[in-house]
Design a protein around this ligand. Structure first.
Ligand SMILES: Nc1nc2c(ncn2[C@@H]2O[C@H](COP(=O)(O)OP(=O)(O)OP(=O)(O)O)[C@@H](O)[C@H]2O)c(=O)[nH]1
Length: 260
């Protein structure tokens, strides 16, 4: 059966061995705890279609091995990831102490705009906790990460972690078109000319928008993430492409430069 979705996001699950990465993925996809989980060899893969903010998004998730000996293999999968769950085990300070290394790898090897959610997993083992919520929250804040404590065992916050990541990515996307230009402030993204506001009205590709005042170039109003950029970790899905193919009457005939 063919799936229809607006976007496809490439996600990674990274972090030290034994933190529960495979169990988190399994819980998210199968909605149950993976009993007898073994160390991942290299990488494993899962996918799920979710609805976020009215858009259908296919999450293509790469679960990487945490063991050091697989590091060179797993690093080769980082390229072009749009989002990542960075996992440590709240009952193991050792796994928390390695977070900076994982973070550096993700930011260097994946997309520069990668959205990372820090997950303190095994929340159900609170009695054995070695890392406090406050300490990890501070780390997340200092490193511009979103933070959640999760439990792959009970399912607590698992769905939320993946959906939060997808939601942030969607917010950052410039859908590269389907915008209307208005002068109503506060209801869209302001063009750099500060005269007009670009409002997203639907999906579509119209690289330049012309108003009586001037032509707005894409770079005047685009967001942080552009699905059309190679290595963004984002692709348009069938649902978006169908709309993109619809005839649009907004394409400009000339290539004047924006005066702003
Ligand atoms: N209590 C509890 N145990 C968990 C949880 N998540 C995972 N585990 C256990 O932790 C161990 C490691 O889980 P995995 O998912 O295989 O860990 P991983 O991070 O994928 O490990 P690598 O593949 O080696 O990188 C297993 O024994 C799981 O049963 C959790 O939320 N709570």
């Amino acid at each position: 059966m063919s799936e229809t979705y607006d976007f496809l996001f490439k996600f990674l699950v990274i972090g030290s061995a034994g933190t529960g990465k495979s169990c988190l993925l399994h819980q998210f996809i199968e909605n149950k705890f993976k009993q007898d989980s073994n160390h991942t060899i290299g990488v494993e893969f899962g996918s799920r279609v979710v609805n976020v903010g009215g858009k259908t998004v296919k999450l293509q998730i790469w679960d990487t091995a945490g063991q050091e000996r697989f590091r060179s293999v797993t690093r080769s999968y980082y390229r072009g990831a749009a989002g990542a769950l960075l996992v440590y085990d709240i009952t193991s300070r050792e796994t928390y102490n390695t977070l900076t290394n994982w973070l550096t790898d993700a930011r260097t090897l994946a997309s520069p705009n990668i959205v990372i959610i820090l997950c303190g997993n095994k929340k159900d083992l609170d009695a054995d906790r070695e890392v406090t919520f406050l300490e990890a929250s501070r780390f997340a804040q200092e490193n511009e990460l979103m933070f959640l404590e999760t439990s792959a065992l009970t399912g607590e916050n698992v769905e939320e972690a993946f959906l939060k990541c997808a939601r942030i990515i969607l917010n950052k996307i410039d859908s590269a078109g389907g915008f209307a230009v208005t002068e109503e402030r506060g209801r869209g993204k302001e063009c750099k000319c500060h005269l007009s506001v670009i409002q997203r009205v639907n999906m579509g590709r119209s690289p330049i928008i012309r108003t009586p005042r001037h032509i707005h170039r894409k770079e005047d109003y685009q967001g942080e993430l552009d699905p059309e950029r190679m290595g963004s970790g984002i692709q348009y899905g069938d649902a978006s492409l169908r709309q993109l193919r619809q005839p649009r009457g907004t394409q400009p005939q000339t290539k004047q430069q924006c005066s702003c």
